[in-house]
Design a protein around this ligand. Structure first.
Ligand code: C2O
Ligand code: CU
Length: 464
C-alpha cells in the first residue's frame, strides 16, 4: 500500500479545481451568483465489508459504494458543495466537524435542518475558512450510524502549506463485532455511565494495523482523525523523529514530540515524521493508553534516502480565527457532572433511553424534537470565556460547533494557546476556553463520547 505522494496530491488538487471551474445551474442568477462547484455526491449505503478474518461484516454503513467513506478534499477559501443522498433505511444528516460553516449547513437535525429520509437528499454548500484536518459524520442516531461506519476524514488544503514528501490520512476507529464478525449490541448501559462502551476491533482506515510505504529520509505529513464513538488515544511514535504540527485543524504554536499525547473522539492530530534513512526501517504509531500499548499503524521506509530534515519544515499558516477580547469577555460557567436522575428521554434521534450525565446539573435530552432552551444566549460579535470544570472521574472530549476557541488556561497543567473545536477535559480539571461569538445561529456543545452525548451531555448556545 503506498501513501499519497506529493505528485498524486497535486494531481488531485488539479482535478478539484478543474471541477470548481464548471459553473452549475447557470439559471437566472448566473449573472451575479458566486460560482458553485459541481457537488460531491455522498450517498449513504449499507454494505458488506471485510473488517476481520472470516466472514464479511453485514450492515456496515458508508458513503459511496465500497469500503471506507472517502477522504473529502476541500481548499481553504474556495466554495465547496456536496449532495447527501440517503440510501439507507434510517434518517440522516451530515455534520462537518470543526469547519466553521454557516448555521444552516451544520447538519444538526431538528435544531437546524430537517431529517433526510431514505431516498431524499440535502445540498450542503459552504466555503471552508480554515485549512487543516477535519471530519464528517451524521448527527442523528449516531451511536448506530457512526458506530457502523459513517465517519470520514476531511482535508482542507492551503496553497501556503509547506511541502512534504508524502502525506498519509488515517481514520482511526473501532467496531463492536462478535466472533462471527457481525455487529453486537452498540452499548452497555453500565459502561455508558462510565467511560463508554469500547469496540472489540481497532482499525486504521478500516484495516488492522496497516503498513504504509513512505520515502526513506523523507518528511511525511500524517493526518489522523479519531472518529471512534468512545476511545481516547495516547500517541507515541517509535522508530523516527516526529513532531506534532497541528491539533484539531489548527497549527500548534510550538511543535513538540508526541509522548503519550492524549487525543479524544472527534479530535485530529497532525504529525510531521522524518522517515529513517535505511530502506525497510519501520516506524510505528502507537497508542500507549491503558495497560496494553497497541500499534495503530506502521510506516516502512522505501527507496534511497531523501536526506530531508524536520527542522527545514516551514510553519503552517494560522487560521483566521478572531482574537478573544479578554477584558470585555462574558463568562459562561459550565460544570460537567454525573446525574442521579434517570429519566428516559424521547428516543426519536437515537437517545439511548437513559440519562447519566449533566451540564450545569441538567441532563439534557440531546437532539430531540422538543423545544429545549439554549444553555446560554450569546451576543453576536462579543467575546466569551467558558469556565469549564469536570466533576466526574472520566475524561470528556467537549466539542463546540460553529466557532473555534482558544485554550487559555488549565488548573492541572501548562497549556499552549491551542485553537480548537474539541477540548479533552480530564477528571478534576478546570479549564478556560475563550472565543468570539461571531457566527449567528444555534450551536451544539456536547461530549463526543457518543454515549455521554446521548445520555445528557449535550446542550447548545444561541448566538444572536
Ligand atoms: Cu463531531 Cu456534534 O459533532
Ligand atoms: Cu463524556
Amino acid at each position: 500500500m503506498s501513501v499519497l505522494t506529493r505528485r498524486k496530491l497535486l494531481q488531485s488538487a488539479a482535478a478539484v479545481s478543474a471541477a470548481g471551474i464548471g459553473l452549475s445551474a447557470a439559471g437566472k442568477f448566473a449573472g451575479w451568483a458566486a460560482p458553485t462547484p459541481e457537488p460531491l455526491v455522498l450517498k449513504t449505503a449499507s454494505i458488506e465489508a471485510r473488517l476481520m478474518d472470516g466472514a464479511p461484516t453485514k450492515n456496515v454503513l458508508t458513503y459511496g459504494e465500497a469500503g471506507m467513506p472517502p477522504v473529502v478534499r476541500m481548499r481553504k477559501g474556495e466554495p465547496f458543495a456536496a449532495r447527501l443522498i440517503n440510501g439507507i433505511d434510517d434518517p440522516t444528516t451530515i455534520h462537518w466537524h470543526g469547519i466553521r460553516v454557516p448555521n444552516k449547513m451544520d447538519g444538526v437535525p431538528f435544531l437546524i435542518q430537517p431529517y433526510v429520509y431514505q431516498g431524499d437528499h440535502f445540498d450542503y454548500a459552504f466555503t471552508p475558512p480554515d485549512a487543516g484536518t477535519f471530519w464528517y459524520h451524521p448527527h442523528c442516531n449516531t451511536l448506530i450510524q457512526m458506530g457502523r461506519g459513517l465517519t470520514g476524514v476531511i482535508v482542507v488544503e492551503s496553497p501556503k502549506d509547506p511541502a512534504f514528501d508524502a502525506e498519509m490520512v488515517i481514520n482511526l476507529r473501532d467496531w463492536r463485532l462478535g466472533d462471527d464478525g457481525q455487529f453486537i449490541e452498540a452499548f452497555r448501559p453500565r459502561d455508558a455511565a462510565k467511560a463508554g462502551t469500547f469496540g472489540t476491533l481497532r482499525t486504521a482506515n478500516w484495516l488492522e494495523q496497516p503498513q504504509f510505504d513512505a520515502p526513506a529520509g523523507g518528511l511525511v505529513r500524517l493526518r489522523a482523525a479519531i472518529t471512534d464513538v468512545t476511545r481516547i488515544y495516547a500517541f507515541r511514535v517509535d522508530g523516527a523523529e516526529a513532531a506534532v504540527i497541528a491539533l484539531d485543524g489548527n497549527p500548534v504554536p510550538q511543535r513538540f514530540t508526541p509522548d503519550a499525547l492524549q487525543i479524544g473522539p472527534g479530535q485530529r492530530l497532525e504529525l510531521a515524521i522524518r522517515m529513517p534513512d535505511e530502506e525497510g526501517a519501520i516506524v510505528s504509531l502507537r497508542d500507549v493508553r491503558g495497560t496494553k500499548p497497541k500499534v495503530v499503524a506502521t510506516l516502512r521506509s522505501v527507496g534511497k534516502s531523501l536526506k530531508h530534515d524536520l527542522r527545514d519544515l516551514g510553519p503552517l499558516e494560522a487560521n483566521p480565527v478572531p482574537e478573544v477580547d479578554l477584558s470585555g469577555a462574558g463568562r459562561i460557567p459550565l460544570a460537567l457532572s454525573a446525574t442521579a436522575e434517570n429519566v428516559s428521554a424521547d428516543s426519536i434521534c437515537g437517545s439511548l433511553g437513559y440519562s447519566f450525565w449533566a451540564i450545569n446539573k441538567v441532563p439534557w435530552p440531546g437532539d430531540t424534537p422538543d423545544p429545549t432552551a439554549p444553555l446560554a444566549e450569546l451576543k453576536l460579535g462579543k467575546s466569551y470565556i467558558i469556565d469549564m470544570k469536570n466533576l466526574t472521574p472520566h475524561a470528556h472530549p467537549i466539542h463546540l460547533h460553529g466557532m473555534s476557541f482558544k485554550v487559555l488556561s488549565s488548573s492541572t497543567r501548562p497549556v499552549q494557546p491551542l485553537v480548537s473545536d474539541t477540548y479533552l477535559i480530564q477528571p478534576d480539571e478546570k479549564v478556560q476556553l475563550g472565543f468570539v461569538a461571531d457566527n449567528p445561529g444555534d450551536w451544539l456543545l456536547h461530549c463526543h463520547i457518543i454515549e455521554h452525548q446521548k445520555t445528557g451531555m449535550t446542550s447548545y448556545f444561541r448566538v444572536v
